[in-house]
Design a protein around this ligand. Structure first.
Ligand code: TXA
Ligand code: MG
Length: 350
């Protein structure tokens, strides 16, 4: 299949292009589109065959449910059977935006879209290209991140092209994603809302508008025999091809530990890499060194992380050492993705 790759500007949205993209979805095809978090791989959420195609294009297990994207709050009642009070509060504060909520599904949402579950994940993105596209596509677009299963999520049109060329009808390239990490997922089918995946909307932000939220225990710990409630969180994810290890501890000690490892690796002829921050990057010995930004600037770290993981792939780096990041605020989301990318390999230096 020929994949059409079309650049689209947020300032001057080309309605003709979005209409063409919407028609592809209505006919059962697939279109990748930008959102404020990461690129989505869209299909008609109400068409079981479209959801099957999404799983095929991603090489993703079909028990891993998709998020249904909407572009009008008034469309929500069609796809869910009940809207709890807490969801209304969250929608009022954080929609449109990088928040996904889990509801009991209505009958029109096929099990192919929900991975066999009776619940459905719904997100109303703030990206204007995404909104216009979803409307043109009929209002309900199922979309996982537009990467091949297991690879880092795409944050630019080029990333999508790397993974999806020849597999989908069209890529809408809206440039780099503003946030760069997937949405926060909150399960509202429990008595007390539960965060299943951390993201830009933090626990603190959610608690400032709801009485209480719980956090799924598996978010920052290795799979200690407990299954995460978001099925997708159990898979090794976001992973570069090289072997990634996180090193945590006092900065000076981390640097000297990693430099020892770089020497060992180089002696064995391996291509070595480091993920650090602006403050420390120069202290590492020569290797493929990449800074995610200033340590205090969590937004820039989030925006750069997946691009950096993909750069290591392009440069065929075999061993990558990453500094750990603070776990408060959005740091929790960054650390959650980094731990998954590393398959939970973390070395703590005391
Ligand atoms: O920011 C995002 O959320 C992006 C953009 C494209 O919107 N989408 C995204 O989709 O990250 P995906 O498929 O890569 O991740 C969706 C996650 C998976 O971990 C999946 O298991 C979980 O959401 N999920 C979906 N439906 C669920 C449900 N009914 N119950 C529990 N978890 C669910
Ligand atoms: Mg994904």
């Amino acid at each position: 299949m020929d994949t059409k790759w079309i650049e689209i500007s947020k300032e001057h949205i080309d309605k003709e292009v979005l209409k063409e993209a919407g028609d592809i979805i209505k006919k059962g095809g697939l279109v990748a589109f930008p959102t404020e978090t990461v690129y989505g791989l869209g299909g008609d959420a109400l068409n079981p065959r479209s959801s099957q195609k999404i799983y095929e294009a991603k090489g993703r297990p079909s028990d891993n449910p998709l998020i249904v994207h909407i572009a009008r709050l008034e469309d929500l009642p069609q796809i869910v059977s009940y809207i709890p009070e807490s969801a209304k509060v969250l929608a009022e504060h954080f929609w449109p935006g990088p928040l996904t909520m889990i509801f009991q599904k209505s009958d029109i949402v096929p099990h192919e879209t929900t991975g066999g579950l009776e619940t459905v994940a719904v997100r109303f993105p703030s990206d204007v290209v995404a909104q216009e596209f979803i409307k043109e596509a009929g209002g309900f677009v199922a979309a996982p991140s537009a990467n091949t299963s297991g690879r880092p999520s795409p944050t630019s049109g080029r990333h999508v092209y790397e993974d999806m060329q020849g597999k989908i009808e069209m890529i809408l390239d809206g440039g780099s994603c503003e946030i760069g990490l997937e949405s926060t997922i909150v399960d509202l089918t429990e008595e007390i809302p539960v965060i299943l995946r951390p993201g830009y909307i933090t626990e603190e932000m959610l608690e400032s508008v709801l009485n209480k939220v719980n956090v799924d225990r598996t978010i920052l710990s290795a799979a200690s025999g407990i299954a995460p409630k978001a099925p997708g969180m159990k898979y090794r994810h976001y992973a570069p091809k090289g072997e990634l290890v996180i090193v945590k501890g006092k900065s000076g000690k981390v640097v000297s530990y990693v430099n020892d490892k770089l020497r060992e690796g180089h002696a064995q002829g391996r291509k070595m890499g480091v993920i650090a921050t602006d403050e420390t990057i120069d202290q590492y010995d020569a290797c493929v060194r990449k800074s995610v930004g200033r340590r205090t600037d969590e937004a820039s770290i989030a925006r750069r992380l997946y691009e950096i993981l993909r750069e290591f792939d392009r440069e065929d780096v075999e061993d990558i050492y990453a500094e750990a990041f603070d776990c408060s605020g959005m740091g929790q989301a960054i650390m959650n993705r980094l731990l998954k990318a590393a398959g939970h390999k973390i070395i703590e230096i005391s």
